[in-house]
Write a protein that binds this ligand. Structure first.
Ligand SMILES: Nc1ncnc2c1ncn2[C@@H]1O[C@H](COP(=O)(O)OP(=O)(O)OP(=O)(O)O)[C@@H](O)[C@H]1O
Length: 765
């Protein structure tokens, strides 16, 4: 008990015990050197074939090996004094007493009043050193003492403050205990009494192995604070800390005989001891192989969490392996030596800590050291110190680089999309241009069609004008017919005085003329109807060239219809102008009928008019040409009339010559023979002699026609006017009875002639 674990590896080979140290009976472990021990297997533990032989294991490498008769001071001097010196020098340290139950750990740490342990000795040493430091002009320091235990509570753990009545303490992540009472200590005596009071609260129980067995892990901390630095703070946290831990010893059930709650405590104690050993083993392995990560076994118990800095090699730690050298304790001793002897090779990484705050930086320093080692492996001359800020900067720069790459990728894709869109827009523009060109061409075609349609409309208007002109011509022709009728009537009236037969023939001729006038009026009506029908057909006919043909055909049909209609009447004028095949013929065919010789000459006019109408309709001449033709026809008509007048004049002359004879006979055929020959007539009875008083009037009218006075439409009244004075002259040259007869006849003729004229004017105008 009380021996420090030797450094180095225990040799597990059988070798003869050292000659100088005789192994006492019942003892298995003896010191063989300042840092080595020899563990001999008891004979009872050996198998049968090995009995009689000595089986000894040598464990060397320990810092010191203290024999069983060593005092508390020897232990303090050998084990604790270096830690106290470092503590007083500003360095934290840890002392942990390990060993099986009943091995004397508590006795070694706390001792007794008469034989004080390491804690009292430390306190004495500290205050002694403090007194010496004040006398040596060193800065005064304050010492604080805390004492707590970690015990089992059910299946868990809890911290209990041994210097206060605090209900519960909380172990923080920073390896500090929240709520732990620190008691400032000003003297060793006060501190020892304080520790003594705390020991009274510690959980202990009697087991088969120990009458006062510790049931918890007890931890005492002494913190030294310089007054000049932390005197303003009531509870300064800076300063070196000296930690002394008295662990509960591992227990064997058969040795302790624990049951129930004790057995649970045994499990807790053994588990904590095991975790503590694993942490040390992991630290050792990590220091042996830097590539191997440091296992974080310290998380598995509250004790190891509290001692994390020490178990990770950042603070100095001293282990006291308490063992019992009896043969009965061989198993526990052998187990502890085998377990803990390798820990002597553990080295802490920093010896320059001066305060607990500095320990926070030591982590970075440790990382820097590891980083430097790595950099040395890659043969870099100067290792770079990577701080947290630099790491943050590197992380930010990486993020920026990632975002930059992402932005570049998006930009490239966007550019491609834009280029594709531009190409598509260009093609669409070209397509629109083509469409515009097509639209312009279509517009041109539409304009052409419009112009052609307007031309067609003009043609239609021309055709309509032609129809109207034809109607006008028909009307003028009708007027001419009336004029001729009136002229014939005048002549017949004049001739009625001389020949009654001529008068009857004249009446027939007048009736024929009236019929002809009526036929012409009907023709005008039908032409107007046909022109309207033609308009409707032209409006529905798409082909613009068809109306011309239709116009000709329609006009031809009109003529045919007129002929057919008049053909019902045996003596119609239209019957003579229409051929059976629809063609146009002239009146000479009627010369075959001797019954109509009296008005053959007068029917030339309507027949010519029909021919004129046919020419107009077929040739579709211009209105001026039509007017010229009309004038020509009128002139022809006048010439024919003048020719008739000449004939009448010749007849009148013959009649006068015959009437001057005493026995004038109207039936004298010889006197009429020249006229008949001229006219080509065979029946002289139909000749109507004209009276002599009409000669000047007829001559005057014939002279007007002969002087080239055309007879336009408007000139028709003039013709009438030119004829009217002849009646006056005629009336002046006659007797009163004759005048009355003439006026009566003239009135009758006016009434007879007015009827057809009124019928013809209505539809034509
Ligand atoms: N060097 C010593 N001198 C005198 N008595 C001792 C010595 N070592 C131990 N003892 C006595 O042995 C008994 C057990 O000692 P101690 O309680 O210290 O053992 P422990 O290792 O702490 O056991 P546990 O782990 O169970 O607490 C005590 O009664 C103690 O007085």
């Amino acid at each position: 008990r009380g021996g420090r674990p030797a450094a180095g590896r225990a040799r597990a080979k059988e070798q003869p015990p050292p000659k100088k140290q005789q192994q006492p009976p019942g003892v298995c472990l003896v010191a063989t050197g300042p840092g080595s021990v020899a563990l001999t297997v008891p004979q009872a533990k050996l198998v049968d074939h090995r009995r009689g032989r000595t089986a000894t294991e040598v464990f060397d490498g320990f810092s010191a090996v203290l024999p069983p008769d060593s005092s508390q001071n020897d232990i303090f001097t050998q084990v604790m004094n270096p830690l106290v010196d470092e503590f007083l020098g500003g360095k934290s340290g840890l002392l942990v007493a390990m060993g099986p139950t009943g091995s004397g750990k508590t006795h070694t740490v706390f001792g007794t009043a008469r034989n004080p342990g390491l804690v009292p000795l430390t306190l004495q040493k500290i205050f002694t050193a403090a007194d010496e430091s004040e006398g040596g002009n060193q800065s005064p320091r304050l010492f604080y003492l805390s004492m707590f235990e970690i015990l089992c509570e059910g299946k868990g753990e809890r911290i209990l403050d041994l210097l206060s009545d605090a209900a519960e303490l909380v172990l923080q992540q920073s390896a500090t205990i929240k709520g732990l009472k620190e008691v400032a200590i000003s003297s060793a005596m006060d501190a020892e009494s304080l520790v003594s009071r705390g020991m009274l609260k510690r959980s202990t129980a009697a087991t088969d192995a120990n009458s006062e067995s510790s049931r918890s892990q007890c931890i005492i901390t002494i913190r030294a604070v310089h007054k000049t630095v932390d005197q303003k703070s009531e509870h300064p946290t800076s300063g070196s800390v000296l930690t002394i831990a008295d662990l509960a010893g591992a227990e064997r059930k058969k040795n302790t005989g624990n049951k129930g709650s004790r057995l649970l405590e045994s499990n807790f104690i053994n588990n904590t001891s095991m975790v503590f050993g694993l942490c040390l083993r992991a630290l050792l392995d990590h220091q042996k192989n830097q590539k191997k990560t440091l296992e974080k076994h310290f998380k598995n118990s509250m004790l190891t969490r509290y001692l994390k800095d020490y178990l990770e090699g950042r603070k100095k730690m001293t282990l006291i392996l308490n063992v019992k050298p009896g043969e009965d304790d061989y198993a526990d001793t052998s187990y502890l030596l085998r377990q803990a002897s390798p820990y002597m090779k553990i080295r802490y990484t920093s010896l320059d800590e001066s305060s607990d705050l500095v320990s926070q930086k030591r982590t970075n320093v440790s990382l820097v050291c590891q980083e430097n080692k790595k950099r040395r492996k890659v043969n870099k001359p100067e290792p770079e110190v990577v701080t947290a800020e630099e790491k943050e900067l590197q992380r930010v720069s990486r993020s920026e680089q990632i975002m930059k790459n992402l932005f570049n990728a998006l930009w490239t894709v966007s550019k491609q999309k834009i280029s594709e869109s531009e190409v598509a827009a260009k093609s669409m523009r070209e397509l629109l241009k083509d469409k515009d060109i097509e639209i312009l061409e279509l517009k041109k075609e539409l304009d052409d069609l419009k112009s052609r349609c307007s031309h067609v409309k003009q043609n239609d208007a021309a055709s309509i004008a032609i129809s109207s002109v034809s109607q006008t011509d028909l009307a003028s022709a009708l007027d001419n017919v009336h004029l001729s009728t009136e002229l014939v009537q005048k002549i017949s009236e004049e001739s009625t005085y001389s020949d009654p037969e001529m008068s009857s023939a004249y009446r027939d001729m007048t009736e024929k003329s009236v019929d002809c006038d009526t036929s012409v009026a009907n023709l005008i009506d039908e032409q107007e109807l046909s022109s309207r029908y033609l308009k409707k057909e032209e409006s529905c006919t798409p082909d613009v060239t068809e109306p011309k043909c239709d116009l000709k055909k329609e006009n031809t049909e009109i003529m045919g219809q007129v002929g057919n209609k008049d053909s019902d009447g045996s003596e119609s004028c239209s019957e003579q102008t229409s051929a059976p095949d629809g063609g146009v013929t002239h009146a000479p065919s009627h010369l075959d009928d001797p019954s109509e010789l009296s008005y053959i000459e007068l029917q030339i006019v309507p027949c010519n008019l029909s021919a004129q109408f046919t020419d107009i309709q077929v040739s579709e001449k211009a209105p001026m040409e039509q007017r010229e033709e009309e004038e020509l026809s009128s002139n022809t008509e006048v010439e024919s009339i003048q020719h008739d007048v000449d004939i009448k004049e010749m007849q009148q002359h013959d009649y006068q010559s015959s009437s001057q004879q005493p026995n004038s006979d109207a039936g004298d055929v010889s006197s009429n023979q020249p006229f008949l020959e001229l006219q080509g007539m065979e029946n002289p009875d139909e000749l109507v002699p004209e009276p002599e008083i009409c000669e000047p009037t007829v001559k005057e009218a014939a002279a007007e026609h002969a002087h080239g006075q055309h007879v336009p439409d408007e000139g028709l009244p003039q013709t009438k006017a030119s004829i009217a004075p002849t009646k006056d002259c005629q009336a002046e040259g006659t007797t009163d009875d004759q005048k009355e007869n003439l006026c009566q006849e003239e009135a009758n003729e006016d009434l007879c002639a007015s009827k057809p004229r009124e019928n013809t004017k209505k539809p034509s105008r």
